[in-house]
Design a protein around this ligand. Structure first.
Ligand SMILES: [Zn+2]
Length: 97
């Protein structure tokens, strides 16, 4: 799975940390365990709502305080959504957009 963050953390693009977690069978780079938790929860929610087995690409726009407007792609399908999380990584809000 790819995201629009190419420099560092798959979720926030920070380059100060190095924390790896396997998401969907792929080793992905995050800055910390919280970003990995957030990303993992987000991926689970996308799959639950779309019925997809896997996700090819995620575009994330926004940040922790304002929430994130995102697009996910799987093959030719696209899914748009918005989400915010608590500071511990649990989902606060998740909406189809
Ligand atoms: Zn991060």
């Amino acid at each position: 799975m790819e995201t629009n963050n190419k420099e560092g953390c798959a979720l926030c693009d920070a380059t100060w940390g190095e924390y790896y977690r396997e998401i969907d069978g792929e080793k992905m780079l995050f800055c910390c365990n919280i970003c990995a938790d957030i990303f993992g929860n987000m991926v689970a929610e996308i799959k639950r709502r779309t019925g997809w087995n896997s996700i090819d690409y995620v575009e994330l726009v926004g940040n922790y305080s304002s929430g994130r407007n995102c697009k996910a792609r799987n093959g030719g399908s696209e899914y748009k959504y918005y989400f915010r999380t608590y500071s511990d990584g649990r989902l606060m809000k998740f909406e189809d957009r």
